[in-house]
Structures are given as structure tokens and as C-alpha cells.
Design a protein around this ligand. Sequence first.
Ligand code: GTP
Ligand code: MG
Length: 139
Amino acid sequence: MSGNKTFTMIKPTAYKNKCTGTIIQKIYDGGFHIAAMKITKLSKEDAQKFYEVHAGRPFYNDLVESMTAGPIIAAILEKENAVEDYRKLIGATNPAEAAEGTIRKMCGTSIGENAVHGSDSEQNAEIESNFFFPGRERF
Ligand code: GTP
Ligand code: MG
């Protein structure tokens, strides 16, 4: 099935703030299957590569620093229309602008500390999933 997968990360601050349980519950309540999940930590090179598209933006260095500040939880989520539906579930990039009940509204504290990443396209969902998970870690 095409369009059935997205990739997410629970960012270091949300993990540290013990928001993981809330986020996983929202993911299940949103109708997603968790096909893969692990705690890991991004190296500086990993974070620079992951957010390469933002290289040169004023917030890039802060973003890389914040994404490498501690462990993250990486996951592959499945459902029909996964990319778009998960972006809806997480809410706007800035938690202050995110709709009530969204993950970023509930767990984010600022635009730089917005709790989760969500893939922005099917192509990137594929690339990001492959970056973190070999086939034997997917169920
Ligand atoms: P991701 O799911 O993390 O990719 O967020 P997004 O797609 O909603 O936003 P985008 O890809 O444009 O930006 C990537 C990340 O950079 C965001 O999640 C923010 O944490 C951070 N970011 C984006 N814009 C700003 C900004 O203006 N200021 C700061 N400090 N951080 C920003
Ligand atoms: Mg993005």
C-alpha cells in the first residue's frame, strides 16, 4: 500500500520531560500501528544530515544542538494516509499555534522544543525510516 507509513522522533526534551507515554497514547488513539520503535541518540553528523534541508537557516545550529542533547525515540508509524494524518496529530511547528489536543500543544514548549518530528512526505518517510531501522527491526 502506498502512503501507509511515516517516521517520527520524540525529541530529547520531550523524552527528558517524560512525555513519551502521552505521545505513544496519542499515536495509538490516532489509529496508528507502531511498526518499529527504539531509544537512540543522534550524533552531530546524524542531526546535521537529518536536517540538511535547513542548513544555513538561522536556527540550524540550535536545532542540531537540541536534537543531540540527549536520547530520542525513533519510530515508524503505519496507517492509511500516514504522513498527512500524523502531521495533523502533531500540530503546527510552533506549539503556541498548534491546535488543542495535538502532540505539540500538549508536549511542546517552544518552536525549537516542539516535542516531535514528523516526516513531511512519503519519500522522506521512506528515507528517514531506512536511516534508523533495518528490516529485522520492523514488525
Ligand atoms: P519537523 O517535523 O521537526 O521537521 O518539524 P516541521 O516539519 O514542523 O518544521 P520544519 O521542518 O520547518 O523545521 C524543523 C525543525 O526546526 C522544527 O521542528 C523546529 O524544531 C525547528 N524550527 C523550525 N523553524 C524554527 C524557527 O523559526 N526557530 C527555531 N528556533 N526553530 C525552528
Ligand atoms: Mg520538517
